[in-house]
Design a protein around this ligand. Structure first.
Ligand SMILES: [Fe+2]
Length: 304
């Protein structure tokens, strides 16, 4: 007997089993398959539509762009919201707001003590930026020897490693804070980011009638002894897309203030001469509850 109605087929797919498998994976897969069966039936999805969607998914994976679609469809922000709701449910105090990692982090950037230039080889590509501050605990005490991993796009909105025209680790560095938790770096104010045109991602966004722009931002992954690693971003004020981010990742607590400085001798070691823009920002880390929370692993390392 192998004649099924759709609901009989679904029941069979989800009940089929020759060994225990993993209960959680089985339950989640069953739900996802059931939801997709229902979607196909309700919208009367044609074979052509179904197979072109599968082809699109294959191309999306081949282009290594799954992480752009997850951000654009809100999943990355959803995970942040749920983590914070879990913290609040446990009455766990929050530090600096989290913001999504995005798909463009690269581990292992060069490490410097207290200060660094991110913009070597990028002179004149934008307004000179000095960003400085401290890494603190929730108690306001500095976190000595914390590591601030920072990365941003180049003047064309592209990220090194993913854009082969840039040198390795261009605009990516790690800074170890001093005994008082201080860090500082020099770079330039980056522009916003846009999803690559003529890509599987832009195809879907065109069909959805959506844009694929993010406002100007700088990414951080901050970690320190006995502290929970923090993945966040800061946003540059004044950007058109600040309230219309395709990744839904901007947050009020992360929009920095820009301070125009005409002259200062404080940053000679960073080669700063003439006028520049200064941003002051302290990162506040939660206490860790266990060892794994302290590890500044990107989502890909964690997922692996
Ligand atoms: Fe980014």
């Amino acid at each position: 007997m192998a004649e099924y109605t759709p609901s009989e087929l679904l029941a069979l797919v989800n009940a089929s089993q020759v060994s225990a498998g993993d209960e959680r994976v089985r339950a989640i897969t069953a739900r996802v398959v059931a939801d997709l069966f229902r979607t196909i039936e309700e919208f009367e999805v044609t074979p052509n539509e179904f197979w072109s969607a599968m082809k699109w998914l294959t191309r999306l994976g081949q282009a290594d762009m799954v992480g752009l679609i997850t951000a654009g469809l809100g999943f990355d922000r959803l995970l942040d919201i749920l983590e914070e709701e879990a913290d609040e449910a446990k009455a766990r105090a929050l530090g600096t707001p989290r913001a999504i990692e995005g798909p463009l982090y690269v581990a292992g950037a060069p490490l410097s003590q207290r200060e660094v230039r991110l913009d070597e080889g990028n002179e004149g590509k934008g307004e000179t930026l000095v960003m400085e501050g401290r890494v603190l605990g929730l108690d306001g005490k500095p976190v000595p020897h914390a590591v601030v991993d920072v990365w941003h796009c180049n003047e064309q909105g592209r990220y090194s490693h993913f854009d082969p025209s840039q040198p390795d680790y261009n605009l990516r560095r790690r800074i170890e804070t001093d005994a008082e938790g201080n860090y500082r770096f020099r770079s330039f104010l980056p522009p916003g980011y846009a999803i690559p045109p003529n890509s599987p991602v832009s195809e879907l966004f065109d069909l959805l009638g959506r844009h694929g722009n993010r406002p100007a931002h700088i990414h951080f992954l901050v970690s320190g002894l006995s502290k929970r690693a923090l993945t966040t971003q800061v946003n540059i004020p004044g950007d058109t897309f600040l309230d219309d981010d395709f990744a839904f990742a901007t947050r009020d607590g992360l929009i920095v203030s820009l301070e125009k400085v005409e002259r200062s001798t404080e940053y000679a070691s960073l080669g700063v001469t003439g006028s520049f823009t200064r941003v002051r920002f302290d990162f506040v880390l939660q206490d860790s509850l266990n060892e794994s929370e302290t590890i500044a692993a990107s989502r890909y390392q964690t997922a692996a």
